[in-house]
Design a protein around this ligand. Structure first.
Ligand code: TRP
Ligand code: SF4
Length: 543
């Protein structure tokens, strides 16, 4: 990469048409990255209503705690090609979903679409993710975020209806089964709005301000659209709690994190582990656990390990051998010393956070073995952590609570725009709409920026830069479909210098045209199917 070549664009912002590499005039943007990085952008702020570009996916792991998808890939049955090819690059807590799919246990998938324009090939990624989970046995939900489009984007109801229909037709054309799955629009889903109202009681303005940068000028409907999305994300669990995955772009991660928090705040009980009557923070608990394992009760009077003994042992241990910071150590010592002669006994603790009295009583009754009941918690001595979680959830559900599991998420890379930079609905040449005339789709691919070299000669010598090529991305994300070998062949031939951009784009353009033709035929075929679903295609609202 030379790092100094400008994007070749005409003044109108239209890219110059890339000619086959034979005459040596094709330029490529050195700033292009298949990881969706916009040239020069180095911020990783995740803003659901801002520009969706992420320049450095590694930072998402480091700063936001998104985990690498590769680490769960092996646990996923028949992984989708977007998973195999690293297009789905990250996740939060996907393991329970993968496990449920593997074991044919209940699971759900849900994602939402703001009907602000035409569905394009970036949305197709999400459609495919929903459909794949449905085919693996998950309950599938797709929703039209019409309240959000109206409040956050100012779309009129007529525009919303038109775009919604287009999203839904493409979703069905790609294979979503509406008889098995659920489609809804936010504005007409009463249950959803009730749930949103309830969730809203668990969040306050300061929190939305911190997460989304809302301020005194933010209108209340926009805030309402946030709690509505929270309700969307938890909606699949209204009937019963189940592992649920939300496939989205990483810009939606703030929503996922808030939904995970709210799910937790709605729970009746919180389960934790303790060693004595007092509370321990996570790092404090690790320290006590370590010493509990190390010490042998037989070494103490009446064969009982007491809090003071652990404190003494801690004090006798050189600091260098203690795997905790000074604050943790001193607070643990204080707690142990205050508890004095109290025996140390590991236990599972159930906190009553917002349970009704009946629910708390029911929980107490349901705990087997030795237990000790306090004002607002119960300690159980014969129930392990997992059993305790299960019991807490069951008791909650039996007593009128939701018992939500924290929703999981998977994140896909944003596609690079065909003209370089980010794919943007406002730049038609940068993306391919699923409604584009197949000939236009063909032309857009032919005109795309590539990762090719300046001359054919150079390309044969050094190979192309498939990793920085939006055309290669088309192959990997869409045109190769499930055929990994084909995608790999394109890649190898490109970087090996056997493939030149002219022919490569011709092939991609042809495949794109065929894809659009087929997709649009299927869209026409599913019209009737869409009419039969119970989603309202016309909003009664007009203003
Ligand atoms: N906010 C999403 C967007 O901007 C749309 C959306 C609404 C959504 N509710 C959702 C996405 C629930 C995932 C899950 O596109
Ligand atoms: Fe050129 Fe194709 Fe390689 Fe892209 S993938 S650089 S278009 S040969």
């Amino acid at each position: 990469m030379t790092g100094d070549e400008p994007l070749e664009e005409s003044e109108s912002g239209e890219p110059t048409t890339g000619e086959p590499l034979t005459d040596g005039d094709e330029r490529s943007s050195s700033a292009l990255r298949t990881d969706g990085g916009a040239a020069g952008a180095d911020d990783v702020a995740l803003d659901p209503w801002g520009s969706s570009s992420v320049s450095d996916y590694r930072k998402l792991f480091e700063e936001f705690g998104i985990e690498e998808f590769d680490e769960v890939l092996e646990e996923v049955p028949n992984p989708h090609y977007l998973m195999r090819r690293g297009v789905i690059f990250g996740h939060r807590d996907y393991r329970p979903v993968a496990e449920a799919l593997r074991n044919d246990e209940p699971a759900a998938v849900l994602s939402g679409f703001m009907p602000t324009g035409d569905p394009h090939i970036g949305h197709k990624l999400v459609f495919d993710e929903i459909i794949w989970h449905q085919q693996q046995g998950a309950d599938a939900y797709a929703l039209i975020a019409d309240l959000e489009a109206n409040s956050a984007r100012g779309m009129s109801w007529a525009e919303i209806d038109e775009h919604s229909r287009d999203y839904l037709l493409s979703l069905l054309a790609l294979g979503f089964d509406p008889e098995e799955g659920t489609l809804y629009r936010q504005s007409t889903n009463r249950e959803l709005q009730d749930l949103a109202f309830e969730l809203g009681a668990e969040a306050n303005f300061s929190e939305l301000q911190a997460i989304y940068g809302f301020d005194g000028e933010t209108d209340v409907s926009h805030m309402q659209s946030v709690v509505t999305q929270m309700a969307d994300i938890l909606y699949p669990q209204l009937e019963e709690p189940k592992p649920t995955v939300i496939p989205v772009g990483p810009d939606q991660d703030p929503h996922v994190r808030l939904a995970r928090d709210l799910a937790e705040r709605m729970r009746f009980f919180k389960v934790s582990e303790a060693y004595a009557s007092f509370e321990l923070e996570d790092d404090e608990r690790e320290l006590v656990a370590e010493f509990y394992d190390r010490l042998d009760p037989a070494d103490f009077d009446d064969e009982t390990l007491r809090c003071v003994h652990v404190a003494e042992a801690l004090e006798e241990t050189p600091l260098s051998e203690i795997d905790a910071d000074a604050d943790t150590l001193s607070s643990v010592l204080t707690k142990l010393e205050e508890a004095g002669m109290e025996p140390v006994r590991p236990r599972t603790r159930f906190f009553d956070r917002r349970a009704t009295e009946e629910a708390f009583d029911a929980l107490i009754d349901a705990i087997e073995g030795e237990k000790r009941v306090y004002e607002s918690h119960v300690d159980a001595f014969d129930v392990d952590r997992d059993e305790a979680e299960e019991l807490a959830r069951e008791t909650e559900v039996d007593n009128g609570g939701y018992g939500f599991r924290p929703p999981s998420s998977i994140y896909h890379r944003f596609m690079t725009g065909l003209t370089g930079g980010k794919m943007s609905s406002s730049i038609p040449a940068s993306h391919i709409s699923l409604l584009d005339d197949p000939e236009d789709g063909y032309d857009k691919v032919k005109a795309a920026t590539t990762g090719g070299r300046e001359t054919a000669e150079e390309q044969r010598e050094k190979g192309g830069r498939a990793d920085e090529c939006p055309v290669y991305e088309l192959y990997a994300y869409l045109l190769s479909g499930d055929d990994d070998e084909f995608a790999k062949r394109v890649y190898d031939e490109c970087v090996g210098g056997e493939r030149l951009c002219g022919d490569c784009k011709e092939q991609a353009a042809q495949l794109m045209k065929e894809f659009l033709e087929e997709h649009q035929e299927k869209r026409a075929e599913v019209e009737a199917l869409l009419e039969r679903t119970d989603i309202e295609l016309e909003s009664p609202r007009r203003r």
